[in-house]
Design a protein around this ligand. Structure first.
Ligand SMILES: *Cc1c(COP(=O)(O)O)cnc(C)c1O
Length: 427
């Protein structure tokens, strides 16, 4: 990343990481559709493979278009370094991989994206990793769940599915007391609404599939490192603090603030192979150019729709924490001063049947299992993503039968409200 003046967010989202192409002067970052990069000579190749010189070898590790994207997100998050990978779920594995080992665990918030709950409660067990889910509104519960095998703390800034804002300062204090890194999934907030490093996070992960790309075209993920965690302060993180046999005994922690990023490229991407392709990186770079403009509109639309729903007699509750009636204003204004995103849940008085009729009768809202699109999206979890669960499990997961989740897009708010009004009348 270049160092130049301390530009504001709107400038960085257009320029960071992407100076004009040195070969052609192209101002839009070219899609470097190349698998491999020619070495200048044998000595150059040897230095690259020894990590003594930084350069491109093979696109499973690094690619110029993908690196430009990583540099831009790193700048927006205020991190020291970062990598991009093939999806948000890949980013979560890439973030945990250098920290975990068989028998180790991550203490995770019980409020998470549904796919993350499955990844953490089922799939990571095959690596011998475990997740312990606790209520992150209770710092004492987080501290109590930490044991000698815990290697990371994990939460979302604006948590699924209800749009609950996490008190990152309080969670980071618990992590710091335990000498553990805090990983924050900043997908639903984006760095425009919250920069988790300003609240003590160690690593930020993103599903770029959502707001960063913004238009529902490609999947992608990112892991950004604050560069502030001292991996060598304990013997908990040997992948970073002990000599790496694959690099002639190099110790990644010796690379200082770039330790985690270099490990992610030289070991994580090299051996796990969850690489982002340069075409997808191009779409995401284009999307990020308008991130702040879109997020401002997402938030103001979400406020307008949530206010209208809250006042409607057919609605029993609205979870949006940007409503004036919400009691936890202090936390929202501290963590997300520009507003708590555009994701919330809505209770419909007619229960399961009314929810199904509502999603079927909406014409503008798309009925899909996604969030963070320019389009407004709705899903009824009890009949889709959470239909395998019992009613008691659905309620516990925040997916009660009478509840729909909305992700508000950037359309005309009056049109969204009119669509909801018509569909509720018919339901
Ligand atoms: C979508 C999402 C993910 C997973 O990202 P993919 O790109 O679909 O793999 C993780 N966390 C959150 C908060 C998400 O919204």
């Amino acid at each position: 990343m270049t160092d130049a003046p301390a530009y504001g967010f709107d400038t960085l989202q257009v320029h960071a990481g992407t100076p004009p192409d040195p070969a052609t002067g192209a101002i839009q970052t070219p899609v470097y559709q190349s698998t491999a990069y020619q070495f200048r000579d044998a000595a150059h190749a040897a230095r690259l493979f020894n990590l003594e010189e930084i350069g491109y070898i093979y696109s499973r590790l690094t690619n110029p278009t993908v690196s430009a994207l990583a540099a831009r997100i790193t700048a927006l998050e205020g991190g020291a370094g970062g990598i991009c990978c093939s999806s948000g779920h890949a980013a979560q594995i890439m973030a945990l991989f250098p920290l975990m080992a068989p028998g180790r665990n991550v203490v995770a918030s019980s409020r998470l994206y549904g796919g993350t709950v499955t990844q953490f409660s089922q799939t990571i067990r095959r690596f011998g990793w475990e997740a312990k889910f606790v209520d992150f509104d209770d710092p004492g519960a987080i501290a109590a769940a930490i044991d000698g095998d815990t290697r990371a703390i994990f939460c979302e800034t604006i948590a699924n599915p209800a749009g609950h804002v996490t008190d990152l300062d309080a969670v980071a204090a618990v992590a710091a007391d335990a000498g553990l890194p805090l990983i924050v999934d900043n997908t639903s907030a984006t760095p425009w609404l919250c920069r988790p490093f300003d609240h003590g996070a160690t690593l930020v992960v993103h599903s770029m599939t959502k707001y960063l790309t913004g238009n529902g075209t490609v999947t992608g993920g990112a892991v950004i490192d604050s560069g502030r965690f001292d991996w060598a302060a304990s013997d908990l993180f040997p992948s970073l603090s002990a000599p790496e046999p694959a690099y002639h005994g190099l110790t990644f922690a010796g690379l200082g603030p770039m330790a985690f990023t270099f490990h992610s490229i030289a070991v994580g991407l090299r051996d796990l192979g969850m690489t982002l392709n340069p075409q997808a990186a191009h779409y995401t770079l284009c999307g990020i150019e308008t991130l702040s403009l879109r997020m401002a509109r997402h938030v103001s639309n979400a406020r307008a729709v949530a206010q209208w729903l809250e006042a409607d007699p057919r609605i029993s509750r609205v979870s949006y924490q940007g409503l004036a009636s919400f009691a936890g204003q202090e936390r929202v204004s501290r963590i997300c001063p520009r507003g708590p995103g555009a994701l919330f849940t809505v209770g419909v008085k007619g229960g399961y049947e009314a929810c199904v009729a509502l999603v079927d009768r909406l014409t503008l809202f798309a009925h899909v299992a996604n969030l963070g699109d320019t389009r407004s999206l709705i899903i009824h979890p009890a009949s889709t993503t959470h239909r395998q669960l019992s009613e008691a499990q659905q309620v516990a997961a925040g997916a009660a039968p009478d509840m729909v989740r909305m992700s508000i897009g950037i359309e005309d708010p009056a049109d969204l409200i009119a669509d909801l009004d018509r569909a509720l009348a018919a339901a």
